[in-house]
Design a protein around this ligand. Structure first.
Ligand code: NDP
Length: 301
């Protein structure tokens, strides 16, 4: 069997076009331009690239992107003050703090990341990291959904891959990807209805015993681990759908958490790296920014 490649880049571009057209409608109603404010602390090269990509994506969708570049010498309290200023600024609809924050920041003590992320007003929390938005997701009455898992849900929906009644194994339990992914697919009704929900979900992690055996139970296997190519062909059930979230640099190559060539022989469909999940994450950030602008415009808070 040779698996179908699930083209995240194409789906992301489809979603971005839809958002651009929604933004135009929003403006035509007389509302102000949706605006995403990104805070970048320090000089981390990868973070600078991510923020630039987000700025470009915003521009193409008709969303204003403002980046606040703060020096690595910024203190926790200065960063919190900046966030509060943006919380109060009515022309800013979404706020994101680019991670990771530099370890050398806050007078060499490092930042309290939890406190920083919690400081973003829940109504502007387009990364959906705030406990309020996580709580709403838990209870199945979501407002903002975390961008990477939401991108995966969109991909499954648009490829008409149903998760309802299926065995889904998520490997990795981070707050950003694994945990919310598991939660979204286990809901009765998700952002794309009941078909991309209602899964029987297993959430695996570094303490999971016999990971290979558990992975082989999956109709849909989602890897969000950060270990290059650790999911091998023999860990994949024949005909499974494989979603590879991992982005790992190995020499001059970018590879996923799944051994792509081996998976191609066993899976029925797989996301490549790059060009799979990555582009969807930014598309869903734009989606959340527009949603934030709409909610704030209609005072539907
Ligand atoms: P984290 O490091 O926060 O979490 C990794 C998870 O994987 C942890 O739960 C950890 O378990 C688990 N894990 C680590 N090693 C193993 C192992 N050997 N067996 C089983 N589980 C293991 O990572 P993220 O969730 O933030 O990111 C995961 C990957 O996804 C990274 O490559 C990252 O670059 C990529 N990523 C891609 C995005 C995209 O847009 N495509 C967006 C976000 C991330 P434990 O909890 O027990 O430590």
């Amino acid at each position: 069997m040779t698996a179908e490649r699930l083209d995240g880049k194409r789906i992301a571009s489809e979603i971005r076009e839809e958002i651009a057209s929604e933004v135009a409608k929003h403006l035509a109603l007389g509302h102000s331009q949706p605006c995403l404010a990104a805070i970048l602390v320090g000089e981390d090269p990868a973070s600078q690239v991510y923020v630039r990509n987000k700025e470009r994506a915003c521009e193409k969708a008709g969303i204003a992107g403002r980046t606040f570049r703060l020096p690595a010498t910024t203190t926790q309290s200065q960063l919190l003050t900046k966030i509060e200023e943006l919380n109060q600024d009515c022309s800013v609809h979404g706020i994101l703090v680019q991670l990771p924050l530099p370890k050398s920041g806050n007078d060499g003590k490092g930042f309290d990341e939890r406190e920083v992320l919690d400081a973003v007003a829940p109504l502007k929390d387009v990364d959906a990291f705030s406990p309020v938005n996580v709580g709403l997701l838990m209870q199945g009455r979501h407002r903002f959904l975390p961008c990477t898992p939401h991108g995966i849900v969109q991909l499954l929906h648009r490829y008409q891959i149903s998760t309802s009644g299926k065995q889904v194994v998520v490997v990795g339990r981070s707050d950003i990807v694994g945990k919310p992914m598991a939660m979204m697919l286990a809901q009765r009704d998700g952002s794309c209805g009941s078909e991309v929900a209602n899964a029987t979900v297993t959430l695996a992690h570094s303490r999971t015993e016999d990971l290979a055996k558990i992975c082989r139970t999956a109709d849909i296997l989602i890897a969000a681990v950060g270990v290059p190519e650790m999911i091998r062909g023999e860990m994949i059930r024949e005909g499974a759908v494989v979603i590879d979230v991992g982005i790992n640099r190995v020499g001059d190559r970018l590879v996923g958490d799944v051994h792509f060539e081996e998976a191609m022989q066993t899976a029925s469909a797989i996301t490549p790296v790059p060009g799979g999940v990555g582009p969807l994450t930014i598309a869903m950030l734009l989606h959340n920014t527009l949603l934030a602008a709409k909610l704030q415009a209609t005072n539907n808070l």
